[in-house]
Design a protein around this ligand. Structure first.
Ligand code: PLP
Ligand code: COI
Length: 342
């Protein structure tokens, strides 16, 4: 059980089957009880399950890191638990208590510890899922819910890690609209992005930047990551208006930048502002911080620096964030959550 068929030096953001996964189930009006660890494998589900008929499902994403202190830690997992609870409210599912969420994540990391990459080579990506697994024919909440967690070792989300990426602003498609589900990690938010993303990739871009659906003017997000730009000493990021996912990395970087003395403004970020900025990057658990080399909108292309060199603040924030996650710097903000017993 100790060997893994993984080449730690060539990890990508892709699925590797690991040893064990967690499953808990509850009926619609019953309280959640702790679930069980089972061998990783396929699940069976009713063809009439709410999740596969009507998209009643949420997912989360967080990482376990091997650190310089010789421990294995999670980064702010309570925030993932709370975001899943807000999503559950929105999709009319019973929220999983934070204690059950954290216990499930810890057990999955503990029971798959041989899959945690060495420090600096990647991380163990933890994927909690909550969905309506009970059969239902009318459009209504399912009678039964399943909370699962699986893990897989991952490397960088965008090719090359800290290499600059080229992004395309979509003038045709939107990710979310006011009053919709863009502010939670609903599974249904992601498939509509696949066609625009594939199209952008076929033209050589790494991902799409979405504009707001009302004015078609303000930047919302980059596929599955939040957006920042830095102009004349001010760091801008789109304000949370309900259509943008409140990223935990986004929140962490706002706090770290303010601690460095950088002015951070959460506001509407027009594509003009973004395209005239000095630096730009996107961020998320999977993406970490990915510096942006250029943004294209129609015939216009804005290139940051020479298009290949991450900006100074981008690098500073990357180091500040990853040095906390790797326990190189002191965790003064109390963000690191050690996983006991490994
Ligand atoms: N935006 C979207 C749409 C996402 O799916 C994610 C990933 O979770 C993020 C932003 C970044 O959020 P976080 O930093 O919590 O991973
Ligand atoms: C994450 O950053 O954890 C995500 O969920 C993004 C993604 C792979 C959909």
């Amino acid at each position: 059980m100790s060997e893994t068929p993984v080449d730690w030096d060539s990890l990508t953001f892709s699925i590797t089957e690991t040893d064990n996964m967690y499953i808990a189930k509850t009926a619609i009006d019953e309280p959640w009880a702790p679930g069980n660890m089972l061998p990783y494998g396929n699940i069976t589900i009713s063809p009439a399950a709410g999740v596969i008929n009507y998209g009643q499902g949420l997912f989360e994403g967080l990482k376990a890191y091997r650190t310089a202190a010789g421990r294995v830690v999670l980064f702010r997992p309570e925030e993932n638990a709370r975001r899943m609870q807000r999503g559950a409210d929105r999709l009319k599912m019973p929220p999983v208590p934070e204690s059950i969420f954290i216990d499930a994540v810890e057990q999955c990391v503990q029971q798959n510890s041989r899959w945690i990459p060495p420090m600096g080579k990647g991380a163990l990506y933890v994927r909690p899922l909550l969905n309506g697994s009970g059969a239902v024919l009318g459009v209504a909440p399912a009678p039964e819910y399943t909370f699962m967690v699986y893990v897989t070792p991952v490397g960088p989300y965008f090719k090359g890690g800290m290499n600059c990426i080229d992004l395309l602003i979509s003038d045709e498609h939107h990710r979310a609209a006011p009053g919709g589900s863009g502010g939670v990690k609903a599974i249904g938010n992601y498939a509509p992005g696949m066609m625009p993303s594939k199209k952008a990739k076929s033209k050589g871009f790494a991902e799409v930047i979405y504009l707001d659906a009302e004015h078609h003017k303000y930047i919302e997000e980059v596929g599955a990551a939040n957006f920042f730009c830095y102009k004349e000493g001010i760091l801008y990021t789109p304000e949370l208006t309900g259509t943008i996912l409140p990223g935990i990395t986004r929140d962490s970087l706002i706090q770290l930048a303010r601690k460095m003395g950088v002015e951070v403004v959460e506001t509407k970020v027009s594509h003009e502002l973004a395209m005239s900025a000095d630096e730009a990057f996107c961020c998320g658990t999977a993406a970490v911080i990915s510096p942006i080399g250029s943004i294209t909108l129609g015939e216009n292309k804005a290139t940051y620096s020479d298009g290949n060199t991450p900006g100074e603040l981008t690098i500073k924030l990357y180091n500040a964030l990853t040095n906390i996650q790797n326990e190189i710097d002191e965790d003064v903000l109390g963000w690191v959550h050690p996983v006991p017993g490994i």
